[in-house]
Design a protein around this ligand. Structure first.
Ligand code: OGA
Ligand code: MN
Length: 277
């Protein structure tokens, strides 16, 4: 089996051919994937055919899987999160975000399988937080070093949209009790590549702890706009059989919400990572 990696932009994204995700993963293939993630931050596999159990088995080779406290879980595999536009309000995926940063040990990665795609639309964007960091001036990089930010589950899962029924309300309340706000460094160092990257995003970051509210707001507004400049972004147009695997430590993503009333269903496995430093 030959594995080939084709870059999609100079900054982020590549297609990986020659690995079947439904079959048991060899150590060699896993190494290729780890290297491709370091080099490209998000990688795409085409023409895959994976059951939810195979999806779980593949992702669990890279670490322990997270069970999402609010999104529905797949009946065949609770570690698989179901993102179904007919069932769940997915507006918060149409915001630049990094998954599950409301925990002390946010995911190292996500593996997303396309299940039902609209005829047009529903593309996903990923941005490189390392490229965004590199493009900041040295004085700004120095200023951000040592700052920390708070991240909250409430920001992306507000009660107005996720507490509609008594049952949903209870699930949300439980999730909030289980996930008090956490702090992470504003600049984190990737544990494998050693690259520094911005680690704040609109999805879950509420404020920078060491600044006034006004300073924090102004700085975050700038950093969000900066982080998602087209120069740091790849846009993926999904086909049936596509699977995306992103390094959640060094990326943000955005699911474009332009396909309604068509239905779009994705399945995600979420691999728990280290505490950011
Ligand atoms: C996710 C997400 C992207 C998409 O799976 O974490 O934000 O394209 N969704 O559905
Ligand atoms: Mn997401």
């Amino acid at each position: 089996m030959t594995v080939s990696v084709t870059r999609l932009t100079p900054t982020i994204g590549a297609i990986v051919d020659g690995i079947s995700l439904g079959a048991p993963l060899t150590d060699a293939a896993q190494q290729e994937i780890n290297q491709a993630l370091v080099d490209h931050h998000v990688i795409f596999f085409r023409d895959q055919n994976v059951t939810p159990a195979q999806h779980r088995a593949f992702a669990s080779r890279f670490g322990q899987l997270h069970i999402h406290p609010i999104y529905p879980n797949h009946p065949e595999a609770p570690e698989i999160t179901v993102l179904d536009s007919d069932i769940t309000d997915l507006q918060d995926n149409a915001i630049w975000h990094t998954d599950v940063t409301f925990t002390k040990t946010p995911p190292m990665g996500g593996v997303l399988v396309a299940r039902i795609l609209p005829e047009q639309g529903g593309d996903t964007l990923w941005s490189s937080s390392a490229a965004a960091y590199d493009a900041l001036s040295p004085p700004m990089q120095k200023f951000l070093e040592g700052l920390t930010a708070s991240h909250s589950i409430v920001q992306s899962f507000p009660a107005v949209r996720f507490g509609m029924t008594p049952q949903a309300q209870e699930r949300l309340e439980q999730a909030k009790r289980d996930h008090p706000p956490v702090s992470h460094p504003v600049i984190r160092t990737h544990p494998v590549s050693g690259r520094k990257g911005l680690f704040v995003q609109e999805g879950f970051t509420t404020h920078i702890n060491e600044l006034t509210a006004a300073e924090s707001h102004a700085l975050l507004t700038f950093l969000y706009a900066h982080s998602t400049k087209p120069e740091f972004v790849v846009r993926w147009k999904w086909r049936d059989g596509d699977v995306a695997f992103w390094d959640n430590r060094v990326t943000q993503h955005y699911a474009i919400d332009d396909y309604r009333p068509a239905r779009r269903v994705m399945n995600r496995a979420t691999i728990i990572g280290d505490q950011p430093v």
